[in-house]
Design a protein around this ligand. Structure first.
Ligand SMILES: *Cc1c(COP(=O)(O)O)cnc(C)c1O
Length: 402
């Protein structure tokens, strides 16, 4: 394995990432231009509200939304976005969250959209109201959630509808937005990993979403602790009021009015529910710079590169007895074409679980995708260099003893 890492210097095994942009093994590689920008950001001071106001314009340009905000990830964007839907421009409500007594605090969500990340929605003080079933898998032809079930669940206690954007989620976002908007309720969309294609930056806003969240630490390749929230200016303003550290002498409080209007707020917000989700100037600048580079990137060329890497891995695995591979289409569950390998343990002399676990115990640790265990594993090219791809092929072959 070429080169040694700072993690090894610290006595911590580093990871060769063959499973894509996963938080638990470090997200993605920050783009060189973003790293340079972060370095420069660290050299000087800036008022964070000014920087967020500028970021808002840039995120708005990139997404077609009215406004934007940089959060410390999508999980934080979901917490802040939900808090904005609950509190609006009410300073008192902002100060009381996560205590929601007397406030509309329900978030309507399809059962089949629930993920571990909805803890972040609840962290705002919201209560999730589930709708629909998981009937699709019964084979009766019935769907998981009918549009009328959303309408039925929305009441005067509803603060928002939460929607997780994945190729498999239903009903389509446009339908859900139309229903929610009929009732005057905003829709918050988790689109954390739905990039590329870059056209998805606009897609969910175009479909009617009031707030959309993207991870900064996945394909955008900004700092791991960043995310984007894009959407309605009034909601973004509420996010800013609940996130920024502004508790200051009112007589000299002059926030950027494009982001925060003191007349509308009627006073200086106290430290809000977002204060534990701080975003530093370096991360903010890193994300802005990474987003610019992501928008300008040739995603077709990148897709070709990923495909070539996946094909190289698949070719190597296909010659292993008991292993069969396919390359998944980009529009399935992953944004990159990845290798899906199935392992016949008897023919291969080793099971997929043994191979995946064995790779993780090495130094450096090699992480391949484990979601399809025990039948097989996946290799995702997004976070691999060419040298690392060769290394992964070599280590896979060693575990299959070929
Ligand atoms: C990655 C992910 C998140 C969390 O994003 P962070 O930016 O790491 O907070 C939330 N939802 C989905 C669907 C994700 O894939």
């Amino acid at each position: 394995m070429p080169g040694s890492t700072i993690y090894e210097e610290l006595g911590v095994p580093s990871v060769v990432n063959a499973t894509g942009t996963k938080t638990r093994i470090g997200g993605s590689r920050i783009r060189p231009e973003a790293r340079e920008a972060m370095d420069r950001a660290a050299e000087a001071f800036v008022r964070l509200s000014d920087l967020q106001a500028r970021a808002s314009d840039l995120v708005a340009d990139a997404t077609g939304a009215d406004a934007g905000y940089v959060t410390c990830g999508v999980a934080s964007a979901l917490a802040l976005g939900t808090a904005a839907c609950i509190a609006g421009d009410d300073l008192g409500a902002m100060a009381r969250l996560p205590d929601t007594e007397g406030l509309a605090d329900e978030v309507v969500m399809a059962r089949t959209h629930r993920t571990g990340y909805d803890h972040a929605v609840r962290a705002s003080g919201a209560r999730i109201v589930d709708v629909g079933t998981n009937d699709r898998h019964l084979g009766t032809g019935s769907r998981n959630v009918e549009p009328w079930e959303y309408a039925d669940a929305i009441t005067e206690d509803t603060a928002a509808v939460a929607y997780v954007a994945k190729p498999y989620t239903e009903p389509d976002l446009k339908t859900v937005c139309a229903i929610a908007h009929d009732e005057g309720v905003p829709v918050v969309v988790d689109a954390a990993a739905e990039l590329p294609p870059a056209t998805n930056l606009e897609r969910f806003t175009d479909a009617g979403a009031d707030l959309v969240a993207f991870s900064g630490g996945k394909a955008i390749r900004g700092p791991q602790t960043t995310g984007i929230l894009a959407g309605r200016a009034d909601l973004v303003s509420s996010v800013a009021a609940q996130h920024l550290d502004m508790h200051a002498a009112e007589s000299v409080w002059e926030p950027p009015t494009s982001l925060l209007d003191p007349d509308e707020l009627g006073g200086v917000p106290r430290q809000g529910i977002g204060r534990p989700m701080k975003v530093g100037k370096e991360e903010l600048v890193g994300l802005i710079s990474a987003l610019k580079a992501f928008v300008a990137e040739d995603h077709d060329a990148l897709g070709e590169e990923w495909l070539a890497r996946s094909e190289r891995v698949a070719d190597a695995l296909d010659s292993v007895p008991g292993v069969e591979t396919t390359i998944t289409a980009t529009d399935k569950t992953a944004v990159a074409p990845e290798v899906a390998a199935t392992v016949d343990g008897d023919a291969a002399g080793v099971t997929a679980t043994e191979v995946v676990a064995g790779l993780r115990r090495e130094e450096p640790r090699v992480f391949v995708g484990a979601d399809s265990l025990p039948e097989g594993f996946t290799v995702n090219p997004m976070c691999l260099t060419d040298d690392e791809t060769d290394y992964v092929i070599d280590r896979l072959r060693a575990h299959f003893d070929t």
